[in-house]
Design a protein around this ligand. Structure first.
Ligand code: PRT
Ligand code: ZN
Length: 287
């Protein structure tokens, strides 16, 4: 039964839930809004989506209950199950960090020697301490790690940080990064041939969506005598498209810019004489 469907495990509710569903939707996979909230299917792609707690996803994928899953790298490496990481997905970004009281004089990791560290990530903390050759006591707790130093339960914590406001509100400061993390796609190690074909189709779509999210389409007008200089500023997919404008001596230039160099290039284009610059989001980008 259902042998030729790809079984995907995603977080039921929480920080990765909406972005995971959005990614599938952007890949053109329409999910039925079934009443059964444990599982749903799609009419236009052979998938079965399971909604689970994020902590359970690596085990389900190792056991082949699900073929693939979407989960944070922090969970993948802490759970340490036998699964393959196949793709970083670009959302759910955070870091696993060491934090100590704001008033503490912290110079380097040797500060942690003999100290008590509260965390929900005992394995990753142990590996971090071993790598840095520091002996410290790991105190595993199940939540609200940030309050541990304040109530005298620990001298330091290791927890996930994104904006840093939780640490700030609890009188803590971030002093070391244990792991940079984002949501990833994981895969069962013995995926069947049919499932692998479906996964490859899904990954092809995911990569097109990721590329589109990281790029913008740009259109601008340029005086012909400045064209060469303006084209040099534009990386483009191959080379920019140049079309003559109705007004003599002017051209329209079209290209693609990546999100991280975007503002820098726009400033240089304007300085070089580009006018009427339009920036348009890209829906999908297949190379
Ligand atoms: O119920 P379930 O077990 O499925 O969910 P959960 O409560 O265990 O996880 P959830 O939904 O909180 O997080 C899911 C995943 O989101 C994590 O495993 C990370 O990969 C990722 N992620 C990204 C984060 C954060 N950013 C994050 N900021 N997970 C948790 N936090 C918490 C952190 O623990 C701390 O309490 O947010 C607080 C810090 O945030 P800032 O912005 O104040 O620094
Ligand atoms: Zn969880």
């Amino acid at each position: 039964m259902n042998v030729n469907k790809l079984k995907i495990a995603i977080q039921k509710s929480g920080r990765l839930a909406d972005d995971s569903l959005k990614l599938l939707k952007d890949c053109g996979i329409d999910l039925k809004n079934g009443v059964n909230k444990l599982k749903t299917e799609s009419d236009n792609f052979p998938v079965e989506v399971y909604f689970l707690r994020d902590d359970d996803i690596p085990q389900y994928v190792e056991d082949a209950v699900a073929d693939i899953g979407i989960v944070g790298e922090n969970v993948v490496y802490e759970k340490n199950k036998k699964v393959d990481v196949v793709e970083q997905l670009g959302f759910g970004k955070c870091r696993l960090a060491v934090a100590v009281g704001r008033g503490e004089g912290y110079d380097d990791v040797s500060y942690l020697k003999g100290k008590k560290i509260a965390t929900t990530y005992p394995l990753l903390v142990r590996q971090f301490l071993e790598k840095n050759k520091v002996n410290a006591e790991i105190h595993e707790i199940s939540g609200s790690v940030e309050i541990a130093p304040g109530i005298g339960l620990a001298d330091a914590i290791v927890d996930l940080v994104s904006s840093g406001s939780t640490l700030f509100m609890n009188g803590l400061k971030e002093v070391e990064t244990v792991l940079q993390s984002q949501a990833v796609m994981i895969r069962n190690k013995q995926l069947g041939a049919e499932q692998q074909v479906l996964l490859d189709r899904l990954l092809f779509r995911i990569r097109a969506v990721k590329r589109a999210r990281n790029n913008k389409y740009i259109l601008l007008n340029a005086p012909n005598e400045k064209l060469e200089e303006i084209i040099r500023l534009l990386p483009g997919m191959k080379s920019p498209t140049v079309l003559p404008l109705a007004e003599a001596g002017w051209s329209s230039v079209h290209s693609v810019l990546s999100e991280n160099e975007f503002w820098d290039i726009i400033e240089r284009l304007t300085a070089a004489g580009a006018q009427s610059i339009l920036i348009v989001p890209i829906e999908k980008m297949v190379m």
